[in-house]
Every structure is written in C-alpha cells, then in structure tokens.
Design a binder for this molecule. Structure first.
Ligand code: PLP
Length: 379
C-alpha cells in the first residue's frame, strides 16, 4: 500500500463520549462526506455498537443507504435535498428527512400517501443562515391549522443551523439566531417534538443550544471547528465555566511510503513549472500522493511532512499523483520507508489545521477531500 489512512477507534470513541458527557442529550453524529473523509464504512464499523449515538446525519439518500448497510438500528436523518426518486427510496427505507418548505411537505405527503408509509420529517427553520429552510411564521402557521394539513407526514423534529459560530469569537449573531428559534418554539406546543440546533462549536461553547439533540460533526473526528472556537473555549474556561477540560483527539492519520530517494545538484529544479530550485546539494524523496488523493495543490512549496520523526519541507509543485520533499537533514531514509502526511511521529505533529491554514481553507475541507479510494485501516 503506497498510501493509507489510519483511523483511531479509541480517539473516535473518546471524542463522542466527551460530547455525550458534555451535553447529556441525544447525539446525532454527522457522517456525511464519507464521514468527513475518514471513511464511512470504517467509522460506522466503530460506532455501530456505540449506544451513545442515537442518530446519524448524512447529506443524501445514497449515503443513508450506505449507513443502513452497516448499521440498521440507529435513526438516519438526510440533511440534504432529495429529488422525487430519492425521496421514494428515503420513505421506503424509513429514513427521516428535513423539510425546508411547505411545498416540500406537500410533496412528501403525496409520495408517502402513494407508498402507504409515513414521512418522518424535521422542519428546517430559517433563522439567518440564508440557505434551505422555512420562515418561522410558516412553521408556526402550520401547527395552528387543525387538523394538520399533511396526513401522511409525521413532524418528528424541528431544527435550525448556525451561520456564524465557527469563524468568530463574536457570537452575537448566533445569539440572535437562537432567539428567533426560541421565539418560534414558544409559539408551538407539540409534545415529543425533537428540537435541535447545536453543531460542534455550539456544543463546545453554549449549553443553551443543546435542546434535545446535539449534531456533532468535525469535533467528533477530533478537531476544533476553528481557532476562534478554541480561543472562545479558553476564554470561557478562564471564568471557570468548564467542569472538565475538553481534549479532542484527532481520529485520522495519513501515511505514505517513499518511492525514491535521490540527490540533486545546486540549482537543480524540482517538479512542474520549475517552481523550486535547490540552493545546495539536496537530498529529496518522492512521495506517491498528489492532489488527486486530496493533498491540495496549494500546498506546493509550503507544507511539511514528517520523515523519520523530523519535519521535511515539500519542494516543488504538488503533482496529480506525487510530490517531492527535501530530506537533506534526515538520516537513514530509504525507498519503502513510511512517512507521515497528517499525524504524529515522536514530538512532531502535522494536522489538518496546519494544512488548512497553508492552503487557505478549513480543516473540514482538508479532511473531507481525502480521496475515498485510499485504503482506511482501523487501529
Ligand atoms: C445541518 C448541520 N448540522 C450539523 C453539522 C455539523 O457541523 P460541525 O461539523 O461543525 O459539527 C453540519 C455540517 O455541515 C450541518 O450541515
């Protein structure tokens, strides 16, 4: 295997337990996008026997079907939009869907009636994210009509999503969104309705967002949603807010094997576009990973990997299937040796946050774009 991903089941279980302890609510684990790039099948293999997880959240019906194949006991909520055919599959399989508009409910009602099943839906409320969702007044109006106009629809949940909670230490906009949601909840009184709003950042910072279910994605995989979320946590912790220290443990490590070790002369170019030229006699390695694998081309000439416990700078452009790194300072490196692209070796760490900062993106994207074809091994 020239490259592989290693998944730490201990770290995953640690993170999920932490959210259960922190919130003491139902836990919805967000496993869309191939479990944030970690490998859906492998992640579910670990979580299927974890009773602390009540729900999985996915983006599509095809993802829901993959989840059901591995774990057919837990509830599955499809967060994304489904077309008519997908909706029928969703209903037949007993998945739950979001309902972002009255029109969507009407269609779900019609399809469920045709299939002689119930459509279990979570109303998606627009509180200021400016994407899918119905106005609070539309939702409130629906509950005030008797009988409920969609007889084949069972409204099992009501939820919203924060627009500006990760990238900032100013949480006033999130507070406004929460207020809109709370005002709506005060107007409707439906016993047993599952209310949810909280993602990783709010679950880490604001207990008042927990309601009945917390929906945890990125931090289940061991990452803070952003530096700002971490700073906010540290600030709150100073005021003695947290009973337990929050330690998130990254679940994913990414390894590769050295293809070739070679020495270049002074002034020799490395890679496409000759974007790097050696200053000295330089030892390099060729790494069999490229942007097709999800190692972002923006990392050309700026990221580092770990080779024999030592940081080694990437030299030249990231190619489609390989890149080069300088190892002049690294001893005893040979073709076939294992190196680390994301993970820890001794005292050195490279994580998705480091790569995200260099590539001008977020840790979510670095992880989610790791090619699903790379083997995932559960350790
Ligand atoms: C509706 C919804 N809830 C929860 C999440 C999980 O967010 P996070 O990964 O920040 O925990 C997402 C992720 O995009 C989402 O779209």
């Amino acid at each position: 295997m020239k490259t592989h991903i290693e998944i730490s089941s201990d770290n995953l279980v640690h993170n999920l337990n932490l959210f259960k302890r922190l919130s003491n609510r139902k836990l919805m684990f967000v496993v869309k996008a191939n479990a944030y790039g970690h490998g859906l099948k492998e992640i579910l293999g670990i979580t299927k026997d974890l009773p602390i997880i009540d729900y999985y959240a996915v983006d599509s019906v095809s993802e829901a079907l993959q989840v059901k194949q591995v774990d057919n006991k837990k509830r599955i909520l499809v967060l994304g939009w489904s077309d008519k055919e997908e909706m029928e599959t969703l209903l037949i399989n007993g998945f739950e869907t979001i309902a972002p508009s009255p029109d969507f409910l009407k269609e779900a009602d019609r399809l469920a009636g045709k299939l002689k099943v119930k459509a279990n839906v979570h109303l998606k409320i627009e509180t200021g994210t400016g994407r899918m969702g119905m106005a609070p007044a539309q939702a409130a109006g629906m509950f005030n009509v008797s009988p409920f106009p969609y007889s084949n629809v069972r409204v099992v949940g009501i939820y919203s999503h924060f627009a500006n909670i990760e990238d900032t230490t100013d949480h006033s906009y999130a507070q406004q969104q929460l207020e809109i949601f709370n005002n709506l909840l005060a107007k409707i009184n439906v016993p047993g309705l599952l209310r949810h709003f909280s993602c990783s950042a709010s679950s880490l910072l604001f207990p008042e967002t927990y309601f009945d279910i917390v929906r945890v994605g990125i931090s289940g995989y061991g990452y803070w949603p952003s530096k700002q979320t971490y700073i906010s946590y540290i600030e709150q912790d100073k005021n003695g807010k947290y009973l337990h220290k929050i330690e998130l443990k990254p679940v994913l490590s990414w390894y590769a094997k050295v293809v070739q070790v070679k020495t270049l002369e002074v002034g020799d170019p490395i890679g496409y576009g000759l974007s790097y030229r050696t200053f000295n006699k330089t030892k390099i390695i060729v790494v069999p990973v490229g942007y097709y694998d999800g190692y972002d081309r923006k990392l050309s000439n700026i990221s580092t990997i770990i080779v024999n416990g030592v940081k080694a700078p990437v030299r030249g452009r990231i190619c489609m299937d390989m890149f080069m790194a300088e190892v002049t300072h690294v001893k005893n490196i040979r073709a076939g040796d294992r190196i680390t692209l994301i993970g820890r070796e001794g005292n050195e760490v490279v994580d998705a946050d480091d790569l995200a900062e260099l590539a001008g993106t977020i840790n979510y994207e670095i992880l989610a774009r790791i090619n699903p074809l790379i083997p995932r091994i559960v350790a």
